[in-house]
Design a binder for this molecule. Structure first.
Ligand code: SER
Length: 878
């Protein structure tokens, strides 16, 4: 069975058991501050488990793109070394939201594995939770009894909290789980060691394939468990491992889910997979990491220097390093590998193929930048080699850490290079530095979050902000969040007009007003489906009735900018082409910022045309057509622009300004008529990343202010020039005049320099066969000082020349020697200038025949000539 069939059979099996087939959520998480990436299939359903939101269906099935590289579930460092851990993997899952529980879940799991996939029963083991005293939980007898009807008792193992109690993170939904493991070892080995003893022991051929979690609890911040309102099932089966089991392979990488990648890397590196453990690891690292990198970029996460972007950058760099060190890839390569992946995945995750050229460009640029960094790091190691040799042939911990931190050299790479140079690395010193940095970042980012104080349970927030600016509200729940520098409250209401930051549009600000007080709402944010009103203080009476009121004037400015963003998007596609895709946006009360894929600078004429089109739409006063509950496929059929990496529900909101102009899926707030935008003006166009351009623009009064400012500048210039017309002509003339004057000045200076040269040549003092000149001179630049020295070298034979001068307020010295002096006498310009530099409290150097120095003490210039004479005489033994 190939991997595509295996995936399809899973979906079909549960669909036949009345499960709704749902699409994978994006791999990059946008609305949950506790997570950067989807790390389990259940993430997108978290709110259903917690009872924050009713589930639209009772049963669901899917394959979810997951990434486990940060937070509680982090497999990064293992990846490549073993044969079954991955950064990105697919998790096949089936869910019950308050519907079926343990019996159905375990029976179906068994039926699917043994009857549909025909996995041999005598290779399977299952585990159930043994209970935990600390959490006051008893062993899972129910699961045990259910398993007993299907599998012999000796194959049912009891496991501890570590293996059999699944938690999403430090807090959140959790519950006991029952895992299914498979023993893939050959017969003879199975005869020797019982598979049972190898379960959960990191054996590469005795691995967990499926986890059935029985969600019953919520872990609170204080560590305690509370019962969830209902019981749920969350299962997750590692797709790649399942393929290994079904296809009878020894490694996930040997299945058809990985082979195309493995073979491409091996072929391009000119090695054979399986020949050498070192190159095999590197091939696996690259084949694995490209999946994490490409999927994350396609879902909208560009590599960057912080947060999720930094995680992607680190994965990419890890892949480049392994390729660079072990496979000799000295040029970008991963971007080519992403094409193999896109083709392979096209039938399940078409987003990769659809965005291939963009993804490739981003990866290639990152690779280039990191290869340059690696090169610089290597140079730094070379430059410090002598220092290390003096230091007992050891690279000190600080430098090793700097190489790691700044140049991305992990310790093993530094150690490898060290060995080649006959050096060792102070690993303990490195660990100390590493620990210190960890402490620094821990201190900087500690956040304490209290548990929710729930005033009304089972109440979901009604958002009325599309229609109203105010509402009557009650507090449903609140909590306090403290970081090092501030404390804030998150308040959830039963009904609110406050728009929570999303889709680039900033959150609303405003007030919660009761009879006795007024609390300012500083911001509104989302956490999954919760709308959090952020305040600095908690209302004294949290049970009061509030009037919640947004800052309507601010919101109106935001509306204008948001609608203008849609018009801009449409105009960009019209002028630049359909390849333009939104890559990010920011809409606030001052400005709109739109990032989009496009591979070249947007020309001025194009910008003017885009601006013209947007303003034309504004003047047409097109009414807003807002449809709130359109089935997602119907919306797409209307030609609505959807974003990659955005999670859309079954029903979406469609914002249209003229069918033929702008139709977008959007949750933001908009003007009722484009005329309200007033005026649109582009302020800047720039590059943000490879293949991504950014336009910043303003609307309404901000646009008028911007234009007025430009005019004010222009008027100021007019006044200075004392002319009303043809300003550019006048400025051009000024520039020409300036150039001409510059030329005259140069000629004048050159003339002066020439007479200075003559007079210095006259002054040459002969010290036997040496012509010695040392003078303090006046020149206007270092270039002229140099020219003077070189001209004198032409004019005077056997010259020893020392020039001292104050240039731009700083002392400078130049020493010039004829070749004959360098070869025949005991003199060197570089040494001489270093000695002389002491007079002006400075330093310098250069070549044996010409050297310069700068310093701090201009007064010292006066003594340079005398000192020079003394030094030269000494060297000449006079
Ligand atoms: N949430 C569980 C896991 O990730 C089962 O899906 O293993």
């Amino acid at each position: 069975m190939n991997s595509a069939e295996i995936r399809q059979k899973f979906l079909d099996f549960f669909a036949s058991k009345q499960h709704q087939v749902v699409p994978s959520a994006p791999i990059v998480v946008k609305d949950d501050p506790t997570l950067m990436f989807t790390n389990a299939g259940m993430n997108q359903f978290k709110d259903y488990f917690l009872g924050n939101k009713p589930a639209p269906y009772k049963r669901a099935v899917d394959t979810q793109k997951c990434l486990r590289v940060s937070g509680k579930h982090n497999d990064l460092e293992e990846v490549g070394y073993d044969t079954y851990h991955h950064t990105m993997f697919e998790m096949l899952g089936n869910w019950s939201f308050g519907d079926y529980f343990k019996k159905e879940a375990l029976e179906w799991a068994w039926e699917l594995l043994t009857e549909v996939y025909q996995l041999p029963k005598d290779r399977l083991y299952v585990s159930v939770f043994e209970g935990d005293e600390k959490d006051n939980l008893v062993k899972d007898q129910d699961a045990f009894d259910i398993w007993k009807t299907m599998i012999s008792e000796e194959r049912i193992l009891f496991g501890s909290k570590k293996d059999n109690f699944w938690e999403m993170g430090d807090t959140g939904p959790c519950g006991p789980c029952s895992e299914i493991h498979i023993d893939l070892r050959p017969e003879e080995e199975r005869a020797k060691v019982d598979g049972k003893d190898l379960v959960n022991n990191d054996h590469p051929q005795v691995v967990e394939i499926w986890n059935n979690v029985f969600m019953e609890f919520n872990r609170l911040a204080d560590g305690s468990l509370v019962k969830l309102p209902a019981q749920h099932v969350d299962t997750g089966m590692g797709f790649e491992r399942l393929c290994m089991a079904i296809q009878g392979k020894q490694s996930n990488y040997d299945t058809d889910a990985f082979q195309p990648l493995i073979q491409f890397v091996a072929q391009e590196a000119g090695v054979k997979y399986g020949d050498d453990e070192k190159t095999d690891i590197a091939i696996r690292v690259m084949s694995d990491h490209i999946r994490a990198i490409a999927f994350a970029i396609a879902d909208g996460q560009l590599p960057s220097n912080n947060k999720a972007g930094y995680v992607i950058r680190r994965i990419l760099r890890r892949a480049v390093r392994y390729g660079f060190t072990f496979l000799n890839f000295k040029k970008p390569f991963l971007y080519r590998l992403s094409e193999v992946l896109a083709n392979q995945m096209a039938h399940v995750f078409p987003e990769l193929k659809q965005q291939l050229s963009f993804v490739q460009r981003v990866i290639e640029e990152e690779e280039n930048a990191f290869l340059r960094t690696l090169d610089n790091g290597l140079k730094r190691l070379d430059a410090l080699e002598d220092k290390f040799k003096e230091n007992n042939s050891t690279i000190d911990g600080k430098t090793a850490f700097e190489l790691y931190d700044t140049f991305g050299f992990p310790l093993d790479l530094t150690a490898l290079i060290a060995r080649e140079k006959g050096l060792t690395v102070d690993e303990a010193g490195f660990d100390v530095e590493m620990e210190q940095q960890k402490n620094r970042s821990r201190n900087a980012s500690t956040t304490e979050q209290s548990d929710w104080v729930v005033l009304q349970s089972d109440v979901t927030t009604e958002f009325i902000g599309y229609d109203c600016d105010t509402s009557d509200s009650h507090i449903v729940r609140y909590r306090q969040v403290k970081t090092k520098n501030k404390s804030e409250y998150h308040i959830v209401l039963d009904k609110t007009p406050f728009y929570a930051e999303s889709g680039g549009q900033v959150g609303d600000q405003g007030y919660l007003i009761s009879d006795s007080e007024q609390v300012e709402v500083l911001d509104t944010r989302k956490e999954n489906d919760l709308i959090l009103h952020i305040t600095a203080k908690l209302p004294q009476n949290t049970e009061a009735s509030f009037r919640s009121e947004i800052d309507a004037a601010r919101r109106n400015l935001i509306r204008k900018n948001h609608s203008a963003t849609h018009l801009l998007h449409a105009a960009l596609r019209k002028v630049l082409g359909d390849h333009v895709q939104q890559r990010g946006s920011l809409v606030n009360e001052r400005v709109l910022r739109f990032d989009f894929s496009h591979f070249a600078k947007v020309e001025d004429a194009q910008l003017r045309e885009i601006e013209r089109i947007v303003n034309e739409r504004i003047r047409e006063s097109i009414p807003l057509d807002e449809q709130r509950n359109v089935p997602v496929d119907e919306a797409k059929g209307m030609g609505a622009m959807a974003l990659f990496g955005e999670k859309y529900g079954e029903f979406v909101r469609v914002i249209t300004f003229g069918r033929e102009h702008s139709v977008e899926l959007c949750g933001g707030t908009h003007v009722y008529n484009t005329g309200q935008i007033g005026y649109f003006k582009i302020v800047s166009e720039s590059s943000v990343a490879a293949g991504v351009r950014r336009i910043e623009a303003v609307t309404a009064t901000a646009a008028e202010d911007f234009v007025q400012q430009q005019l004010n500048e222009l008027n100021a210039v007019r006044e200075i020039l004392a002319t009303q017309n043809n300003i550019s002509g006048a400025v051009h003339k000024l520039q020409e005049d300036n150039k001409a004057l510059q030329k005259q000045l140069e000629q004048f200076e050159l003339k002066q320099l020439s007479s200075l040269k003559e007079s210095l040549a006259q002054k040459a003092q002969s010290l036997n066969d040496v012509n010695f000149v040392a003078e303090k001179v006046e020149v206007s630049s270092s270039d002229y000082l140099k020219k003077l020295a070189f001209d004198l070298r032409q004019a005077v034979d056997n010259l020893v020349l020392v020039l001292a001068s104050e240039i731009d307020g700083k002392p400078q010295i130049a020493v010039m020697l004829s070749d004959s002096i360098v070869s025949d006498k005991n003199l060197n310009a570089s040494q001489l200038v270093r000695e002389l530099a002491k007079e002006i409290k400075g330093g310098g150097g250069g070549q044996p025949f010409y050297a310069t120095a700068g310093g701090k003490d201009t007064a010292g210039l006066a003594s340079v000539s005398a000192k020079a004479l003394e030094l030269v005489k000494k060297s000449l033994n006079q």
